[in-house]
Design a protein around this ligand. Structure first.
Ligand code: ADP
Ligand code: ADP
Length: 222
């Protein structure tokens, strides 16, 4: 079964009296273990596509099926499961909670995953260890470098072992060495855990490190 199947996905926005098509019948499939880059000019619809797959935004037409689970037809009550167990999201600006340390930031993401407190702690510690951050788990984000903060964000997205991980320009705020190592870690994690990873980027350092590239132009795959 495909990890992620997107079929004829369309999204329109209204601007004053005008309707504007942000996504136009976008279809693609990603298999477990595959790391795929989503590229295209600014405004081509990359963020819109990722947000719909993650359930943060709604499509007008089409479907998104994650591991056999139709996200576009999910009831609001199923959205917690979707966000914690089905899809992990990595943001460009990390979005860590400043008042919590690295371990607590990762644990927070597991609150709705149906785990006990001890299991959440163990999972979070394991995810941080996997990202090479075991010694930093008691530090707050402000005491970590940008690269370390983004690795905490990756640990947070992966701790629940989602089927699909989505990342919106995850290397934009990183230097070359951190960007490359982040992509290599994502590729290894995808392969080892049979996750599908979809990463939006216009960064050549990222494009060189993925299995496949899909390109959006004016909301359509090109
Ligand atoms: P990028 O994805 O290129 O890094 P953004 O996602 O912040 O940048 O925004 C992309 C484009 O989407 C911008 O032109 C922005 O003005 C537009 N945009 C984002 N959110 C909204 C919104 N709520 N209403 C109107 N336009 C928006
Ligand atoms: P990208 O991530 O590739 O830069 P986006 O998905 O952010 O592109 O934006 C695609 C198009 O949809 C842009 O023209 C943007 O201005 C528009 N857009 C995005 N979000 C909104 C919104 N909430 N309301 C109106 N237009 C939006």
């Amino acid at each position: 079964m495909a990890a992620l199947h997107v079929q004829d996905l369309s999204k329109r926005y209204t601007r004053g009296a005008e309707a504007f098509t942000a996504l136009d019948k976008v279809s693609f499939t990603i298999q477990p273990g595959e790391l795929v880059a989503l590229t295209g000019p600014s405004g081509s619809g990359k963020s819109t596509l990722l947000n719909i797959i993650a359930g943060y935004d709604q499509a007008d037409d089409g479907s998104v099926v994650v591991n056999g689970f139709d996200v576009t037809r999910a009831k609001p009550a199923d959205m917690d499961v979707l966000r914690t167990r089905t899809v992990g999201f990595i943001f460009q600006q990390f979005h860590l909670v400043p008042g919590l340390n690295a371990l607590e930031n990762v644990e927070l993401s597991l609150l709705n995953a149906g785990l006990s407190k001890a299991e959440r702690r163990a999972r979070a510690a394991e995810a941080l260890r996997r990202m090479g951050l075991a010694e930093h788990s008691a530090r707050r984000p402000a005491l970590l470098s940008g690269g370390q903060q983004q690795r905490v964000a990756v640990a947070r997205a992966l701790a629940a072992k989602p089927s699909v991980v989505l990342a919106d320009e995850p290397t934009a705020a990183l230097d070359r060495a951190n960007a490359e190592s982040l992509m290599d870690q994502l590729a290894a994690l995808a392969r080892e855990n049979g996750m599908a990873a979809l990463v939006s980027t216009h960064d050549q350092r990222c494009l060189d490190r993925v299995d496949r590239v899909i390109r959006l132009e004016n909301g359509a795959l090109s």
